[in-house]
Design a protein. Structure first.
Length: 227
């Protein structure tokens, strides 16, 4: 009888010495994971926001005139006409921003690499758009009524700079996604967190029931007695 009382006392002491939240999956571990997840979400939002901004800058600049001529009645090219790759690459990168949210792991890295390639391609498109031979040929083709005479022109610096800045943002966003994207949560993370929270709550409730049962046994009560 004394042996049984000693074993019950040891069990009670062991239960009393347990630190709440110290077990795996406890509140302390869950809090640390939640803080890391919040930081990852902020980083993801900032990265994708800047990438989307870069796409919009490229699209905006592609629709503006990049050339100015001194004579009247001359059709001048937009950035998208001088470099037809700008608009498709910006739209592809914008779709990649959405795809980052829907993927994770290796798939997210692949998407990030594609976005980075879009940014690099847009940058090369901006660089090649204002080549003197290309602009002169475009002006001759679109203004044939002026004959074979050369049309004097000059570049409008604002919009190529805007497009270049947008391409740089897209490139940087893609590279950052490749390097850090696996640490970011995806669209389904909130459902996963809700499920894990429910499971943790169930485990905690079961633990409380077990503790109540052992406490009743320690007091000498019969837990099966419904009175």
């Amino acid at each position: 009888m004394s042996g049984e009382q000693g074993a019950a006392s040891d069990d009670a002491a062991g239960r009393a010495g347990r630190v709440p939240g110290a077990a795996a999956g406890g509140p302390l571990e869950a809090g640390a994971a939640g803080a890391g997840g919040a930081a990852g979400r902020r980083e993801m939002v900032a990265c994708l926001g800047l990438t989307a901004l870069g796409c919009l800058l490229v699209l905006l600049a592609a629709g503006r005139d990049w050339v100015r001529v001194t004579s009247g009645g001359v059709t001048v090219p937009t950035g998208g006409e001088l470099s037809p790759v700008l608009t498709p690459l910006a739209l592809a990168a914008l779709a990649g921003v959405v795809a980052v949210l829907a993927t994770k792991g290796a798939g997210r890295r692949v998407v990030g690499a594609l976005v980075a390639l879009c940014g690099a391609g847009a940058g090369l498109g901006v660089w090649s758009a204002l080549g003197a031979d290309g602009v002169a040929a475009w002006l001759r083709e679109r203004n044939v009524l002026r004959g074979a005479s050369e049309i004097p022109w000059e570049a409008v610096p604002l919009w190529p700079v805007v497009a270049g800045a947008g391409a740089a943002l897209v490139l940087a966003g893609g590279v950052l996604t490749v390097l850090r994207g696996t640490r970011w949560s995806g669209m389904s993370s909130r459902y996963e967190r809700a499920a894990s929270t429910s499971a943790a709550g169930g485990r905690e409730a079961a633990g409380r029931d077990d503790r109540d049962l052992w406490d009743a046994l320690d007091r000498g009560d019969d837990p099966t007695d419904s009175r």
